[in-house]
Design a protein around this ligand. Sequence first.
Ligand code: CIR
Length: 269
Amino acid sequence: MSLRSFQFTHAVTRKPCRAIVDGIRAVDTGAPDIDVFLQHHDVYVSTLKSTGAQVTELPALEEFPDSVFIEDAALCLPEAAIVMRPGAEPRRGEAAKIRPALDEIYDRVFAIEGPGTIEGGDILVTDKEILVGRSARTNRQGVEELRAIVGGLGYSLRDVETPPDVLHFKTDCSLLDGNTILATQRLARSGCFEGYRVIHTAEGEEACANSIRFNDLVLFPAGFPQTQALLEAQGFNVRTIGNSEAAKLDGGMSCLSLRFSPKGGSDAA
Ligand code: CIR
């Protein structure tokens, strides 16, 4: 099977914990309701599984309120996994917690040692490159440490700027296929997607830019009908998933999983 940047045999998720009410948020719009979060999360996981992928569901980590946003703790490429070094101090320990699961799947696991910081939410892997948005969480040193690791694996890394006041690079963009990106106007305006086909989120629907293409599906947050219609008109198979509780903590579809196809790993489906 030839694998591309939106075709995956595996995913890893982590159950939301009760401490999620203490998760980090830029603006406090109230604490997430854990029962609703759990329902949304169940739908999310079963949607990933419905594509035939093997999904490893890790247990909740009560000591890390934001640990459901597992994407920030690692980058998983076909050849190796790289454990991140989160810029958010309260989240830094999540990195060590993901390592055992990655060691079981991969022969090669690297780690960002610091002093720089980098979070998975700032990394978009396309068919041709690894795009990293520097942000309040991901700094130049973190990017350079990642560049050295992925360079050794044969990848080219391009670093760009995440707009100010945007949490992560992928808060404002997603890969829809090898060469198509869903992005907010404010991010696309920076010119960082030159050479790609860009579909803009509809005005007022910027919060749906964080979606994911996972095999034949686009997992898309519920409540953004104009952008959903745009994607469907382009032939994408969109599955809406409730995201109200994750959104209270600035989280979206990409944050909730690590998605990958390990080389030499067991093939799903
Ligand atoms: C945080 O501030 O770290 C979490 N409340 C949200 C993380 C969202 N992750 C992502 O966009 N990749």
